[in-house]
Design a binder for this molecule. Structure first.
Ligand code: PMP
Length: 325
């Protein structure tokens, strides 16, 4: 029994009960541990789907180059799929992302271009703009654009959603998930709500991001946008993959609360996960403490692995320098 290549190992990640950080909470809290994917993150799922759909649509041809703006995890998924299918990769990321993420992408053969984080998305130096420009300049290239490419949501509608429904035997009542491009929460929530419209989808946002205010008021408030440190969730744009009708509410989590919870997940649950996992669990438990009943089952999606944050939240000196220890 073997797989034909590593991308066939994507999906069917385990659902693991949280036993310690949930102290005092009614109901069952289950974590969908996405670092079991071969690229160590949830983004493997949509990366492969974007490539498959682009091939079918004739947008990606043999020997082509995939160019994408990525916080790292999408790049890893795309790089693995590119190896399996014979494409080259150029990834554009902001200088806020951890050095580990750049090194990992180079390790799997991608070219990495680093751009400044503190510029507006429409600034020609932003990683959105540079990715777009490179894709226009490079012959036989494909720009997946994970923000607006609906293959992103579709991957989770076809994979993550059905897996969770099956693993919980249809008992899931609440889904909690960080929101970046929105693909994970919206694809998963769409499938689950089709099975049971009563399923509540809780979106986890960061301070410094526009989502929560937009959901509550319909206003894109530029005052909501300021620098924050958590990687992978929150945005200063409204990606097409964020369908606000599928997300019942947003909760914002601070960088510090997220970092502290991530370290607790490692120490108390044995889940050596990434920073946005702490955001997801901290915010989800805040909601659960108030709203969950004894018979409820909440699934929290944990997007990536802790190795990518060894130099930051898992480093005591770094934590002390932030004043978080
Ligand atoms: N956490 C991490 C670490 C991520 O890389 C991402 C992807 N941006 C997310 C959460 C959010 O997932 P999505 O883009 O599907 O909303």
């Amino acid at each position: 029994m073997y797989l034909n290549n590593i991308i066939e190992a994507i999906g069917n990640t385990p659902l693991v009960k949280l036993n310690s950080v949930t102290d005092g909470i009614k109901g069952t809290i289950l974590a969908k541990v996405e670092y079991f994917n071969p690229g160590n993150s949830v983004k493997d799922r949509m990366a492969v789907k974007m490539i498959e759909d682009a091939e079918k649509a004739g947008l990606l041809k043999p020997g082509g180059t995939i160019i994408e703006g990525t916080s790292g995890n999408t790049g890893m998924g795309l790089a693995l799929a590119a190896i399996a299918r014979g494409y080259k990769c150029i990834f554009v990321m902001s200088d806020k992302q951890s050095k580990e993420k750049q090194d990992i992408l180079r390790a799997v053969g991608a070219q990495v271009v680093v751009c400044p984080v503190d510029v507006a998305p429409e600034d020609p130096r932003s990683y959105y703009s540079v990715a777009k420009r490179l894709s226009e300049e490079t012959p036989n290239s494909f720009y997946p654009n994970q923000y607006d490419n609906m293959s992103n949501t579709a991957a989770h509608y076809e994979g993550t959603g059905p897996e969770i429904w099956k693993q919980t035997e249809g008992t899931i009542t609440h889904l909690a998930c960080g929101v970046g491009t929105g693909g994970t929460i919206c694809g998963t929530a769409q499938y689950l709500k089709e099975q049971n419209p009563a399923v509540v989808a809780v979106g986890l946002d960061t301070y410094g991001s526009v989502f929560k205010k937009y959901k509550e008021t319909g206003i894109f408030d530029e005052n909501e946008i300021y620098p924050y440190k958590t990687e992978g969730i929150g945005e200063d744009i409204l990606p097409k993959n964020v369908n606000f009708d599928l997300i019942d509410l947003f909760i914002k989590v601070t960088d510090q609360d997220a970092a502290v919870m991530t370290r607790r997940l490692a120490k108390e649950e044995g889940l050596f996960v990434g920073w946005s996992c702490g955001s997801a669990v901290h915010g989800a438990l805040e909601y659960a403490r108030e709203h969950l009943k004894e018979d409820d089952t909440m699934v929290i999606i944990l997007p990536d692995h802790g190795t990518r944050y060894l130099g930051k939240i898992y480093n005591d000196d770094w934590m002390r320098a932030q004043g978080w220890l």
